[in-house]
Write a protein that binds this ligand. Sequence first.
Ligand code: NAD
Length: 255
Amino acid sequence: MTRLAGKVAVVTGAASGIGEAIARRLVREGAFVAVCDLDGHRGPEVAAALEQEESGAQFFSLDVSQEEQVRSVLQEIADRYQKIDIMVNNAGIGKAGTVLEQTEAEWDAMMSVNAKGAFFGCKYAVRQMLMQKDRGSIINIASVAGMVGVLNRAGYCASKAAIVGLTKSVASDFAEAGIRVNAISPGTVDSPWIQKILAGQPEPEVARSQMEQRQPIGRMGTPEEIAHLVCFLASDEASFITGSNYVADGGLTAR
Ligand code: NAD
């Protein structure tokens, strides 16, 4: 599988879960992957495992909510590898709560990482892609929480809806320039994030079963199932697709 041979990809939040699966998949398809994450312990481990593959990977310490960090890390990657073909804005955080419980600090944190992080990622990826002969593809990981009112997730829903709007705006502004921008909205995916939430429940197995049954397909998604979609959207097979929001949710929003 070398659909992405010679491509340079950046994946944020690549030290865990969905981001790690995306990084793994893109490397297997022949892309070099910049593994970007806050986690300076797990991030280098993920990159080291992928370095064994032919196209390779490297860890970059990055907090996506800090504009100067996003600017300088993307600049460093472009200087070193001459281009950025694929930008995956995946890093995200979530705190539970209705508007009654959520604090301003929680709201600000989710907006900073989820919405502002994607904004900075788009901004500096577009800036670089406009300077390249072959432009590129940007993929923003939103959520079904950006489309429907997932219970008890006020700030998270708002931050993910912002990503869907941002995706459409950037796609419209730069379609003519040849840059494609799409979002993916997963339903519940069995990642360390969800595993941590379940471990904190009084009856984790009951909570897991409830989470699985919420999706008509009767199970959670896997990180790899989201990575397949990223791979498609990053490839030339998706050359006519921009400004779209792809839902991968086992039918959750179909009901
Ligand atoms: P995860 O917690 O397993 O992984 C998230 C990664 O992002 C971690 O490695 C973490 O260190 C990193 N990160 C957090 N804040 C960061 C920051 N400021 N800068 C850089 N890196 C940062 O989560 P996951 O389930 O793999 O989720 C990945 C993305 O998918 C998130 O955007 C999440 O909102 C979205 N999503 C997840 C699900 C799900 O059910 N798991 C569903 C819909 C959407």
